[in-house]
Design a protein around this ligand. Structure first.
Ligand SMILES: Cc1cc2nc3c(=O)[nH]c(=O)nc-3n(C[C@H](O)[C@H](O)[C@H](O)COP(=O)(O)OP(=O)(O)OC[C@H]3O[C@@H](n4cnc5c(N)ncnc54)[C@H](O)[C@@H]3O)c2cc1C
Length: 369
């Protein structure tokens, strides 16, 4: 039976650990914090799931496959995970990212509707269509209950036989040092999110940024479901309605300042709150005076082209690096695990995921600016 140590029980590591355990691998899943903790990227309450990725087909297919796998996890575990409320792309330009997405998704046979800007008034309790060319609506997209989903993935991995170890792990020669004790396995996968940058500074071109998220007390008419997710790509804002009483989520997707993921200061910036308020008041005028319910921050682990990293360590053939979620990785978790399992079993990863220099400029997340 092949064995693997997977370091990092965020959605990338936990999904992979569960997939391999189910395939009969002997798995040790290590995290220095309890799964679902608030310092990482996967412990937040919600994440958008959408197939649109501009003209990119790899991620569109991956998201679509993941959608099916999330549903299967839901059926198997009885945990509510996916709210299929749809996702509205608020397109400012007639021939921009949304138009590219429309073209790609129609080719892929993924359901889509092209709506007039005014149709936003039916999707949201309060909506100002000014400045929009159209709305691209993905009816089978929506919102994942991210933290619940992560915990279900970890529980399932454990029930498939994975051993969960709460400890700090370090590379040590060909093996891994887990809380000072040497362990080895056929394969070691470092799926350490924003911490990869510090663990492998010479290898991994990941920048960690501090991202603010705001929740406004908007009133019951803003509850998700049925209020859909939304993205205004050219404004670099995204959000959803009030999921489970947390408040309406509005978040800037432009890159925040550099950040140390161990930093305990987790207060969102007042400047960023003011800017989120201006955006909300302009696009969703009913939120003009909505009080801030709460806010939080979360680290992005950004590659320069926003493609993930799936790569063998250049000096240790049995060590792999998995990460670079770049602000859009969560939804792909179970589909990415399938892909990476194939790679560990001998398939060549797509060169886009390699270590080494990349061409800056792509944006697969929800920010065009
Ligand atoms: C504000 C924000 C909004 C986002 N919105 C979306 C969205 O709408 N849709 C979407 O699909 N994605 C979204 N993302 C991206 C998504 O959340 C991430 O890509 C994904 O969660 C990354 O998962 P991960 O497993 O790589 O990292 P993490 O979840 O951060 O997990 C890494 C884990 O490794 C552990 N670890 C690190 N070092 C060690 C060590 N030495 N020893 C042991 N354990 C270690 C950490 O404790 C941590 O638990 C968003 C991210 C942020 C920050």
């Amino acid at each position: 039976m092949p064995s693997a140590i997977v370091v990092g029980a965020g959605i990338f590591g936990a999904s992979l650990a569960g997939h391999l355990a189910r395939d009969g691998w002997e798995i040790t899943l290590v995290d220095k914090h309890e799964p679902g903790h608030e310092l990482g990227a996967s412990g937040d309450a919600s994440r958008l799931i959408r197939s649109a990725h501009g003209s990119d087909r790899w991620y569109a297919r991956s998201a679509r496959r993941a959608r099916q796998l999330w549903r299967e996890l839901e059926d198997e575990t009885g945990t509510p995970i996916f709210e299929e409320v749809g996702l509205a792309w608020l397109a400012r330009s007639a021939d921009g990212w949304e138009a590219d997405s429309e073209h790609a998704l129609r080719d892929e046979g993924i359901p889509l509707e092209r709506l007039e800007p005014d149709a936003g008034r039916e999707l949201f309790p309060s909506f100002n269509p000014e400045g929009l060319e159209f709305i691209l609506f993905e009816p089978e997209a929506g919102v994942l209950r991210a933290r619940d989903a992560l915990l279900a993935v970890v529980d399932r991995a454990v029930s498939e036989g994975a051993e969960l170890v709460l400890a700090d792990a370090r590379a040590n020669g060909g093996g891994v040092e887990i809380d000072g004790e040497s362990r080895s396995a056929d394969v070691v996968v470092w799926a350490c999110g924003a911490w990869l940058a510090g663990l492998f500074p010479e290898l991994v071109g990941i920048r960690v940024t501090r991202q603010d998220i705001f929740y406004f007390d908007a009133g019951p008419e803003w509850t998700t479901p049925p209020v859909p997710g939304w993205v205004e790509y050219d404004a670099a804002y995204y959000g959803l309605g009030d999921l489970s009483g947390r408040g309406m989520k509005i978040a800037p997707d432009s890159e925040g300042p550099p950040f140390d993921p161990d930093d305990a200061d987790r207060a969102a910036s007042a400047e960023s709150e003011a800017s989120a308020r201006r955006f909300a008041a302009a696009r969703f005028p009913g939120l003009d005076r909505a009080p801030l319910a709460w806010s939080r921050i979360c680290p992005y682990a950004l590659t320069v082209d926003t493609n993930f990293v799936i790569a063998r360590h250049p000096e240790r053939a049995d060590h792999w690096i998995l990460g670079g979620g770049s602000g859009h990785g969560f939804k792909h978790g179970p589909a990415l695990a399938e892909y990476v399992a194939g790679v560990l079993e001998g398939e060549e990863p797509d060169p886009r995921f390699a270590l080494g220099p990349r061409r800056p400029g792509g944006s697969l997340r929800t920010a065009g600016t």
